[in-house]
Design a binder for this molecule. Sequence first.
Ligand code: CA
Length: 237
Amino acid sequence: MNKPTRILFLIIAAALLIAGCNRTQNNPSTTTSAPPPAAQPAATPAQPAMPAQPAAPASTASTDSSAATIEQNQKLSAVDWAMKQDEIKNDPSGQWAINATASSSYGDAKGTAAWSPMQVTGQPNVEHYGDDGRAWAPKTEDGGIEWVDLTYAKPVNASEVRIRESCGSGAVVRLELFDDQGNPHKVWQGDDPTKDLNYFIIKFPPTSYKTNHLKITLATNAVPGWNEIDAVQLIGK
Ligand SMILES: [Ca+2]
C-alpha cells in the first residue's frame, strides 16, 4: 500500500468508526422516543398472571420516559408474583385439601360441580381473578356469614394456612383448626387484607396437637359481590 492509499484508507476507517459510534449513540434516543411499542410486547405475557388492578396504570402512563420504568417494575413484580405462586404450589411441607363441605354453595352445587365446596380441594386451578366455577362460591353474594370445612390426608402440627382467594378477596374473618379429638381451636380472627388473586397467609406457632381439619369463616357482606376460594394449603410437620 503506497502512502496516499494508506492515508485514504485511514480516513475511510476513521469515518466508519465515527459513523459506528454515532449509530451507537443514537440508540438510547431511539429507544427513549419509542418506549411504548418496544416495551408493551415484552410486558404482555406477564399480564395474565397479574392481578387486574396493578396492570391498569401501564396503559395510561406509557407516554413518557418514566412509563418505561413503571412498566419494567410491573413486569418484575409480575415475575415475582408468579415465582411465589409456583413456590407455594410446590411447597413440600404443604398439603392441599382432599374433602370439603360448606355452609352453602352457588346454585346448591353438589359433588364436583362448578362452585361446589369440592372446588376448594386439590391444587389451585383458577388462573385469573374473578368469578370462576373452579372455586367455591356460597349461595348468595352478600348474605353474611358462610364457612367452608376442609380435611387433609396427613395430620400435622400445623404452623401456617394459605387461603387462595380468587374473587371478592378480603372476606375471611376466622380460621379454626380441629385437634384429633375434634375440638375447635381458633387460630386467627380479624380483618383479611387480601386483594385480587392472592394467598391470604396465616402463620402461627406450631400447634401442640395434630390436625388435618380446618374451618374458614367468611363475612360475605364485608366485601360486595361474589367471594370465592380456589384452594387452601395446610402447612406443618
Ligand atoms: Ca379450585
